[in-house]
Design a protein around this ligand. Structure first.
Ligand code: ADP
Ligand code: MG
Length: 138
């Protein structure tokens, strides 16, 4: 578990994780609104050396950040009602692509994800504190 005491610490944590990313990795993010998932993705993207702007792809389902060491495919299942809505997106191509998939609200459709997905669960502890659990740590 990692305890973050500020937005900057969450971004920095994402930045450190970026050093361990490889093509084909799938990061599944779980946790309520405002727990820091998007801030974490900002850290990942910056840590890959990209200055692309990161925002939750809530309505578009996917944002691609391609200016870093590896492409990041940033998905968000928050507004997804049925997995069929992903069909035209060609999700498998992203999972098996040259980049890293990072999925907010992945716990809404866990059965869609490949078994190799690494889970990160975000929790609000106080106004400025967030807990981030890895895998089945909790
Ligand atoms: N330690 C922290 N880490 C990340 N965000 C924090 C932290 N403390 C407060 N916040 C606030 O929580 C919100 C997190 O937003 P965001 O990353 O978009 O959440 P999510 O994507 O999980 O909905 C931001 O408004 C941020 O300012
Ligand atoms: Mg978000």
């Amino acid at each position: 578990m990692f305890i973050s005491k500020s937005v900057a610490e969450t971004v920095a944590y994402g930045g450190r994780r970026a050093g361990f990313l490889h093509a084909g990795d799938v990061l599944a993010l779980a946790g309520d609104l405002g727990t820091g998932k998007t801030q974490f993705v900002k850290g990942l993207v910056a840590g890959l050396g990209s200055d692309d702007e990161v925002t939750s792809p809530t309505f578009t389902l996917i944002h691609e950040y391609t200016s870093g060491r590896l492409p990041i495919y940033h998905l968000d299942f928050y507004r997804l009602n049925h997995r069929d809505e992903l069909r035209q997106l060609g999700l498998e191509d992203y999972f098996n692509g040259e980049g890293v998939c990072v999925i907010e609200w992945a716990d809404r459709f866990p059965e869609i994800l490949p078994a190799r997905a690494e889970w990160f669960s975000f929790e609000t502890r106080s106004e400025s504190e967030r807990a981030i659990f890895l895998g089945d740590e909790r």
